[in-house]
Design a protein around this ligand. Structure first.
Ligand code: AMP
Length: 227
């Protein structure tokens, strides 16, 4: 199963993505996480990416696209993958589509969590990251996933914020890119929606309302996905 997972920063993509990873037993590949791991390890890739990430800009396609293509060729991706955070612009969408076709593959499902910009922004600013596990969701503004005091609600680990989550200008920049229907992430989503229309519903398009609670969003997502 090959799944593309879209949603603005702050829409709960990481949380819902972790659930789909379990459901389909496929790796959850998050480009933002790969970049952050490289930054904390001090790799060359991390050094190149950091300045863009701190400003809320996209890391150039010349760095990002080969990085993702290499990741998709690894052994654990043989039975599929869940891509989260990529493609993030129209060019990446086209390049991914082209690379998959060259391998005789295509995307099975496109999930879009729909959420308006203002709500997404508030959620980002409340987000806290568990140092033990990136998939332990904590958010000071969402009752269902409020931290336990200043510790992770799941494992009691230390919590930290992402520097690009507390910088309003960087958040606005990331959302400008996401909601851009000309060349940004919405253009990438529309590219696959158009493909779906032309190819009789492949990939399957699943739109989910991101406003309700985490559990309700999960429920809608799973029921729309079927089995
Ligand atoms: P995220 O964790 O998805 O919010 O990503 C954090 C940052 O990593 C983004 O603001 C970008 O600077 C960078 N990034 C993540 N995915 C991509 C991508 N597909 N293309 C370019 N930059 C990306």
């Amino acid at each position: 199963m090959r799944i593309l997972f879209f949603g603005p920063n702050g829409s709960g993509k990481g949380t819902q993505g972790a659930i789909l990873k379990e459901k389909y037993s496929i790796p959850h590949i998050e480009t933002g996480v790969i970049f952050r791991e490289n930054i904390s390890k001090g790799t060359e890739l991390g050094k190149q990416a950091k300045e863009y990430i701190d400003r809320g800009e996209l890391v150039p396609d010349s760095i990002t696209i080969p990085m993702v293509m290499d990741r998709l060729k690894q052994d654990d991706c043989k039975n599929g993958w869940l891509l989260d955070g990529f493609p993030r612009n129209l060019n990446q969408a086209k390049e991914l589509d082209k690379a998959l076709r060259a391998e005789g593959m295509d995307v099975d499902i496109v999930v879009e969590i729909v959420l308006d910009r203002e709500i997404a922004k508030k959620r980002i600013m409340g987000r806290r990251l568990c140092v033990n596990d990136n998939n332990h969701p904590n958010n000071i503004y969402i009752d269902a996933i409020k931290p336990d005091g200043d510790k992770c609600r799941i494992c009691g680990g230390e919590l930290k914020t992402r520097s690009d989550d507390q910088d309003e200008a960087a958040i606005d920049k990331r959302h400008d890119i996401y909601y851009d229907t000309e060349t940004g992430t919405m253009a990438a989503i529309n590219y696959f929606k158009e493909l779906s229309k032309q190819s009789g519903g492949k990939p399957k398009i699943v739109e989910v309302d991101g406003r309700p609670s985490v559990q309700e969003v999960t429920q809608e997502l799973l029921s729309k996905l079927g089995n």
